[in-house]
Design a protein around this ligand. Structure first.
Ligand SMILES: [Zn+2]
Length: 138
């Protein structure tokens, strides 16, 4: 029989707080409290602010410098998904008309690794291109 994270028959309540959780739930488990007391595990938050960017030629605002992102590991509290921890990426900024916008992605560990690798590849490509521009100016 194949089980999926959404199969209620396959759900086993956690009996310990997860190693990356900053919620301090283990004492509650050790005291014999029900799993609902520690139904949501979260890691520490990582994140950055998005600073303002201006076009160096004409000074026009490229990015207004508000918003930012946070990333953390969460074990959602929806029954059946408790055993599947997801990386939560929460991004908020403002569009070119200064209207707020927000994107929340809940990624598996594999998806988070793929996204991270793609971001590094793009950043490396941009850095390499900037290096070529600097070399051409010499
Ligand atoms: Zn916990």
């Amino acid at each position: 029989m194949t089980t999926t994270p959404t199969d209620p028959q396959s759900y086993t309540p956690p009996t310990r707080c997860l190693n990356w959780c900053v919620g301090g739930h283990q004492a509650s488990f050790d005291d014999g409290n029900p799993v609902e007391v520690a139904s949501r595990h979260e890691s520490e938050d990582y994140g950055e602010r998005l600073y303002g960017l201006a076009n160096p030629v004409n000074g026009a605002t490229v990015r207004p410098g508000v918003g930012g992102w946070t990333a953390r590991l969460e074990q959602p509290d929806v029954i059946g998904w408790r055993r599947l921890a997801l990386v939560r990426l929460d991004v908020d900024d403002y569009d070119y008309q200064h209207k707020p916008r927000r994107v929340v992605l809940n990624l598996t560990a594999g998806e988070a690794r793929v996204l991270a690798a793609q971001l590094v590849a793009l950043a490396d490509a941009e850095d390499a291109d900037l290096g070529m521009v600097k070399a051409a100016r010499r």
